[in-house]
Write a protein that binds this ligand. Structure first.
Ligand code: UNU
Ligand code: FES
Ligand code: FE
Length: 446
């Protein structure tokens, strides 16, 4: 039997293998984590005009996000309140209403039921349309990035992001006009648990030199020295790793923002012009981050690489499968030529068929499916790297690890994962706000 309260051991820095395989764990995740967290939906640039909509998923629920006639963003579940059919099968578009394909019920762009066929003759005008609106979802955006949340008692998106928002501002506002996503997203299916890629992006600096050795060797440049973990590099202080209150985190390789771009003249010029502006707007600590390469996850399932500029959501489809959706991040005030360059380079490295993307894919699948065995589904996984070499930092919020290569943000991700899996409500989680970082044993490291 699974003990949901003991999936993660924050002292030993281990996680039960059940987190990657067990159906009961997955069912609890859907309720406790995906049902209560802010989940990335889309970027506002894809919903500019009234009536614009996109469809996406919040875990396994299909949802519609719209720009309503009053100009506000709305989100609701894509399931008809008559017999439950989906009311929209398009990925995106512009519409005045959604008409269910089955019996023709009509919903407005804020999810209200506005009309049904034969309302007077066959329902005898007795249908209570008010109570048959689509299920609405909280929707808030941060710097144009739109998130949804099923839980009315959850904190605001800004509070949920917390210190992670301070880091995101580095490129979401630091560069003047901020950033947007280029879509529609590329989509593929990967037979892995959703947490394998999330943990990889949140804090796996360790795999970069090994899994991607050949790709980095071919690319050369700033990361060439990582290939095979062989060159004389300061592996013990190669940037930093950070975890924050709600499990969000990242790792930074200093001075390597655009390292994965093989062709990058425009981007290099843009960075050279922009770093001083970031320093002026946000100060030196974040200007330094701006010039670094980031691998990141926003809890629970939204990951991105800043610099490489791929932005992903891992939609769970049961414990052993995900849909990968990938957009490209571009700085709004970059030239069109520069944006095209960034899109091409992001797609060739971390698009659906990207070189580095396929390096990772097999590890993600094997790390999940190896756990199907009677022996292999038991026991634990280890994330102790750099434990004790991390703490509160004078310049950077959260808990900061001493190198890009470490597992600080793994530990932070799984710490919060366990907290959400165990907590009955957001009030229980809030009660722990002061003490969340106590499990990091050497908080005064810096
Ligand atoms: O594979 C990654 N997540 C990665 C690759 C991270 C940093 C640099 C290159
Ligand atoms: Fe890390 Fe095998 S060496 S999973
Ligand atoms: Fe990778």
């Amino acid at each position: 039997m699974v003990d949901i309260n003991k999936l993660v051991d924050t002292k030993a820095s281990t996680q039960s293998k059940e987190v990657f395989w067990d159906q009961e764990v997955y069912d609890r995740e859907i309720k406790n984590i995906f049902g209560r967290s802010w989940l990335f939906l889309t970027h506002e640039c894809m919903l500019e005009k009234k009536g614009d909509f996109i469809t996406t998923k919040m875990a396994e629920d299909s949802v519609i996000v719209t720009r309503h006639t009053d100009g506000s963003l709305k989100a609701f579940v894509n399931s008809c309140t008559h017999r439950g059919n989906s009311i929209c099968s398009a990925d995106s578009g512009n519409t005045k209403s959604f008409v269910c394909n089955y019996h023709g019920w009509v919903f407005s762009t804020d999810g209200k039921l506005v009309d049904v066929p034969l309302r007077e003759k066959c329902y005898h005008d007795e249908l209570d349309r008010e109570s048959l609106s689509l299920k609405t979802i909280r929707v808030e955006s941060y710097r144009g990035f739109v998130f949804g949340c099923f839980d009315e008692t959850a904190p605001s998106l800004e509070d949920f992001l917390g210190d992670w928002g301070w880091y995101l501002d580095t490129w979401m506002v630091g560069a003047g006009e901020g950033a947007e996503l280029v879509g529609p997203p590329m989509k593929s299916i990967l037979k892995c648990n959703w947490k394998v890629p999330t943990e990889n992006f949140v804090g796996d600096g360790y795999h970069v030199g090994w899994t991607h050795a050949s790709a980095l060797h071919v690319l050369g440049g700033e990361l060439g020295g990582l290939a095979g973990n062989q060159a004389e590099m300061p592996f013990d202080e190669l940037g930093i790793q950070v975890t924050t209150r709600h499990g969000h985190g990242f790792g930074v390789i200093d001075n390597a923002a655009i390292a994965i771009h093989a062709k990058r003249d425009e981007y290099a010029k843009y960075m050279e012009e922009t770093i001083p502006k970031v320093a002026e707007n946000l100060g030196e600590p974040r200007a330094k981050l701006f010039n670094g390469h980031w691998n990141c996850s926003t809890f629970p399932n939204c990951s991105f690489l800043y610099g490489t500029n791929i932005f992903k959501v891992w939609h769970p489809r049961g414990p052993h499968e995900i849909e990968v959706w990938s957009w490209v991040i571009v700085h709004k005030d970059m030239s069109d030529e520069g944006k095209r360059e960034v899109v091409k380079q992001a797609v060739r490295s971390f698009g659906t068929a990207g070189t580095l993307e396929s390096d990772d894919g097999d590890n993600m699948v094997q790390s999940t499916h190896v756990n199907r065995g009677n022996y292999t589904r038991e026991g634990t996984m280890n994330s102790t790297m750099g434990q004790g070499y991390e703490g509160e930092h004078p310049d950077y919020p959260g808990i900061v690890g001493s190198s890009f290569i470490g597992e600080t943000s793994y530990r932070g991700f799984y710490r919060f994962y366990q907290e959400m899996m165990s907590a009955d409500s957001w009030d229980d989680i809030r009660a722990n706000d002061e003490h969340w970082a106590d499990c990091f044993p050497n908080k005064n490291y810096w």
